[in-house]
Design a protein around this ligand. Structure first.
Ligand code: HEC
Ligand code: HEC
Length: 330
């Protein structure tokens, strides 16, 4: 669901005014913090936590709820739903999926928001207040009392660079379809024979397409809702579309969802190549080319092998960046 930031902010100001008039009901559950706490292995003062709670009530509880359970009045029926902080689970941190995020992750997510969701950028709130809120959120789940954040996944230097962009996209296309199994959840963007060829080359095995392979496949999650893995040629990317953002997402996976972490499981060159490939698909978003590609792929899959549609030129289906430099998908 789209949420215009102005609408969100004015809604929240109303909530704040109500709070000012009804301080007792807005003071939140529990008493003020009187002692420091160790959260994620770090000592946090009572003063920080009290300030954090105040700012949380002002800016965040409308969706995330007074108790942090994701059931705030403005969060009702939002899809994706606001995070329930009692779970202590997070999606977009630069740590292996499932581990607790570092403060840098929480700060980035809160400050810049999650594009295409109700979680708008909170960049007008002073950084200091955001940092206090981040500490306060940790008091809402017991996970922070007995676990520490994961080791940060730092991007390795980009081994491709602009000069080898087309090569990276071609390699990424093969890894995406033939090795990393991205297309088990996300759409395939190449005809069946190219997917199979990539799989034979990189994994030494046949890879038949799943039914409805040119659309995402709905997946279970830990967040009480099923999630549709995005089609990069038409859906929003939430946590950043730049190459280093895509590297981070692919290397770290997405916590609490089916999407696994790839750091360590694939060579760095291949993780970066997939970032380039996904980036090339994102660049097609909103163009008539994107829809034409999808329709051609669906037609090629539906048609019996050997017909004209089935042998659709793979080159036409590879993003422009890969074909302009004279490289092909095969
Ligand atoms: C208008 C509703 C709304 C408000 C207000 C809001 N959020 Fe969110 N928030 C969401 C939604 C929706 C999601 C889930 C996005 C998703 O799952 O992709 C979310 C997710 C999050 C996450 C989880 C990110 C992750 O990687 O899993 C954090 C942390 C977060 N919000 C913090 C905050 C903080 C801090 C504030 C106040 C400064 C705030 N939110 C205010 C709607 C809101
Ligand atoms: C087992 C299923 C699964 C596999 C395999 C998978 N993903 Fe995902 N992916 C998901 C789901 C589910 C989401 C959406 C999460 C959500 O809605 O919060 C997602 C989201 C994404 C996003 C968007 C992140 C954002 O910021 O919005 C990117 C980029 C992505 N996947 C890339 C890949 C790549 C590249 C591969 C292969 C290396 C891959 N995924 C493999 C399930 C999967």
């Amino acid at each position: 669901m789209q949420f215009r930031s102005t609408a969100a902010r004015s809604g929240i100001s109303v909530a704040l005014l109500l709070c000012l008039g009804l301080v007792s009901s807005c003071a939140g559950p529990g008493r003020p913090f009187t002692k420091s706490m160790t959260l994620g292995g770090k000592k946090v003062s009572a003063r920080t936590l009290n300030r954090g709670r105040y700012s949380y009530i002002t800016h965040c509880q409308a969706c995330h709820g007074m108790e942090g359970d994701g059931k705030g009045p403005a969060g009702y029926a939002l899809r994706p739903p606001p995070r329930n902080f009692k779970q202590g689970k997070f999606k977009f941190a630069a740590v292996a999926a499932g581990q607790l995020p570092n403060d840098e992750d929480l700060f980035r997510i809160v400050k810049y928001g999650l594009h295409g969701t109700a979680m708008i950028p909170w960049d007008e709130v002073p950084d200091r207040d955001l940092l206090d809120i981040i500490q306060y959120i940790k008091t809402l789940s017991p996970r922070w009392l007995d676990s520490t954040p994961g080791t940060p996944i730092v991007p390795s230097p980009d081994p491709w660079g602009d000069a080898r962009r087309a090569e990276a996209v071609t390699r990424g296309m093969k890894v995406y379809h033939g090795l990393a199994q991205c297309l088990l959840c996300h759409p395939a963007y190449a005809p069946a024979e190219d997917v199979n060829a990539a799989s034979l080359e990189l994994s030494k095995r046949e890879a038949p397409l799943r039914p409805d392979a040119f659309h995402g496949a709905l997946k279970e999650s830990d967040y009480g809702v099923k999630l549709m893995p995005p089609d990069f040629t038409r859906d929003h990317i939430r946590s950043g579309e730049k190459l280093p953002d895509l590297y981070r997402t692919i290397a770290s996976g997405i916590g609490g969802t089916a999407m696994p972490a790839w750091k360590g499981a694939l060579p760095e060159d291949d993780i970066w190549a997939m970032a380039y490939y996904v980036r090339s698909l994102i660049e097609l978003k909103g163009t008539p080319q994107a829809d034409a590609r999808r329709e051609a792929l669906i037609a090629s899959h539906a048609a019996p092998v050997g017909t004209k549609a089935a042998s659709t030129s793979a080159e036409a289906l590879v993003p422009a960046a890969a074909s302009t430099a004279g490289t092909t998908a095969n």
